[in-house]
Design a protein around this ligand. Sequence first.
Ligand code: PEP
Ligand code: MN
Length: 337
Amino acid sequence: MPGARLILVLSPGLDAEAIARAEQAVRRAGADPRRLVAEGDRVAIEASGLDRTHAADVPGVAYVLDGSPRYPRVARKGEGTRVVTVRGVPIGGPRVVLMAGPCAVEHEGQLEECARAAREAGADLLRGGAFKPRTSPYSFQGLGDDGLRLLREAADRHHLAVVTEVLDASAVGLVAEYADMLQVGSRNMQNSALLRAVGRQSRPVLLKRGMSATLDEWLLAAEYIADAGNEDIVLCERGVRTFDPASRNLLDLAAVPLLRDRTHLPIAVDPSHGVGVRSAIGPMTMAAVAAGADAVMIECHPDPGTAKSDGFQALTPKELVRIGAGLRAVATAVGRS
Ligand code: PEP
Ligand code: MN
């Protein structure tokens, strides 16, 4: 993105020479530096016309802010990630959070097995759709209100929080009665009425990426929610559509560090929908954590062959527990827990 107005916040404690070197590097990159603030011993340089990719090469830079973001409420404002707390579970802190459960809530027994496995795998949130946004109107659409109730009961039995999708603005109040976090799905990422509606209530929101949305479009969707009053938003990468049918979607893990530069919102990754191939979900979960994801979302089913939706990508409870163990190892390796 050439020509952006960027704010390069320098590391604390730089001497005059180091600051001058940073300004020189900005000039060499073809941009115009202006010394901005001195907060304590910290200096920032406004650089108009600097390419973002060159910003990282300027010596002494701690982090880069967008000087004139189109999404001022969700744009990064300083160092660090916003911590979004879902029923006492912090997302965006040092601990990587696992959200797991079935694609759709089908019946109590199915949910019970998923919830137990989720807990055993180290999950803090139980996922599951009561209202399903299916591609075909003839596919299972979810249990609706009954599904919400079953989800709440299973989560309570296993001390889990509930994240579930809300499909339209008129159902926000109902879903918020049962859920601790409201999911806006890929197919609804640009439904501005729904974005405003989840923004007017206080439950945290999991905003999935539209299947062909750019990072800017996604952040602008988050801006709708924040502008309506709710800044407790977690972004969830779930794959984008490309040319290759070998996978359901192309899981864009580069989105994690790219978003990290642009926003302070926590970032989740859903490798289940992102790849849609059971054998690839474990490795891509590890890769997501290595890339810096704050949370991961995984679908499971006690008997994937009979699942009413997305059975082909569902992990068995046993596989989920195994992934949970791997997740802990990778999280530790990248300085998380
Ligand atoms: C889901 O998580 O249940 C779902 C439908 O995912 P997506 O919106 O990413 O397709
Ligand atoms: Mn699904």
